[in-house]
Design a binder for this molecule. Structure first.
Ligand code: P6P
Length: 340
């Protein structure tokens, strides 16, 4: 009988990967894991616990009714505030970054950027949703961390991960030494190692893109979609389209089975829809660590300059061969005319 390895045990075991670590990153990852379990509990009751619905109504205690994504945001921020290892939180739910000005956090050296509930519109229809997080160190020394500490390239990330609340709840993360997946065992309330050393297949036959925007896509993307749809049985099997409306769910599938997720620029989103700091960068770090590729169609996601908290970017991410084929078509039919 193989011994179960919990997330906590694994984090401590891997602490040795960081000779100078004094346990702060380990504590931070554990704090995120605890918040994920709390959010998971509410997501599983969403249809029953009166926790979906518009903010502004009141529950039986007269408290403001919270939409689940606001609830998730509060839980992750609270966990980071009480853990003492984080000095700034950037969240999709908050216009400004949150400076954690507390006695226990005054020497904190980590910054966490988070999408607390990615794909939250799926909650009402019981389709997978996720949490995405990115961790990096403050650059400034002493005094209050500032916006300059937050606007760092994706290559500066110390760790990144996601939680997928699906048929089971999993936490997948990297600290730059490979990618490992943990499945929540509700009977013991622990994330247990279930996918050690995840490697994304170099090729795949699943493409994820919202084809409802087809007419607005750059020609190169249109050409790639047609390439996926052609059954040229002499050279390759036909592709399958899968799109759930949650980047975490679509990318988790690609990580396991191989595939590509794309959110190009469209008329509605001329700079792309997805956010660089807490969606594209963390997912790009994870996928690259698993042997895959992530670009905005022209440049590596992790190298893009970060100039704003909620900056958007186009993204194509997943199996290396698929991303490179899509990039090839973009270069051919929609050459980059301006530096994005
Ligand atoms: P659309 C969810 O809102 C999200 O940020 C991603 O998780 C998802 O892939 C995308 O937006 C869905 O956007 O425009 O296809 O509904």
């Amino acid at each position: 009988m193989k011994a179960v390895k919990t997330l906590g045990q694994f984090i401590i075991e891997k602490q040795a990967d960081f000779p100078y670590a004094k346990g702060e990153l380990s504590r931070l990852l554990r704090d995120i894991g605890i918040a994920a379990k709390i959010v998971n509990r509410e997501i599983n009751k969403a249809g029953l616990a009166d926790i979906i619905g518009e903010a502004g109504t009141t529950n039986i205690q007269g408290e403001g009714q919270k939409k689940l994504d606001v609830y998730a945001n509060e839980q992750f921020i609270a966990a980071l505030q009480s853990g003492g290892e984080c000095c700034i939180v950037v969240s999709e739910e908050n216009d400004e970054y949150i400076y954690i000005d507390s006695e226990i956090s005054k020497n904190a050296k980590y910054i966490v950027a988070i999408d607390p509930l990615d794909g939250s519109s799926n909650i009402d229809v019981n389709v997978g949703v996720g949490t995405i997080f990115s961790i990096f160190r403050r650059k400034s020394v002493g005094g209050k961390a500032t916006l300059e500490d937050v606007l760092q390239n994706g290559t500066e990330q110390i760790a990144a991960g996601y939680v997928i609340y699906g048929s089971s709840t999993m936490m997948v993360y990297t600290t730059g030494k490979g990618v490992n997946g943990f499945t929540l065992d509700p009977s013991i309330g622990e994330f247990c190692l279930s996918y050690p050393n995840m490697q994304i297949p170099a090729d795949g036959y699943i493409y994820s893109i919202n084809e409802g925007y087809y007419t607005h896509f750059p020609d190169g993307i249109k050409k790639y979609i047609k390439y996926c749809q052609v059954e040229d049985d002499k050279t390759r099997r036909p592709y399958t389209s899968r799109y759930t409306g949650s980047m975490v769910a679509d990318l988790h599938r690609s990580l396991i089975k191989g595939g590509i997720f794309m959110y190009p620029i469209t008329a509605q989103a001329p700079n792309g829809k997805l956010r660089l700091v807490y969606e594209c960068n963390p997912m790009a770090f994870i996928v690259e660590q698993a042997g895959g590729k992530a670009s905005n169609g022209y440049e590596r996601i992790l190298k893009l300059d970060v100039t704003e908290l909620h900056q958007r970017s186009a993204i194509m991410i997943g199996s290396t061969n698929m991303v490179e084929k899509a990039e090839e078509m973009l270069a051919c039919f929609s050459p980059q005319v301006t530096k994005r």
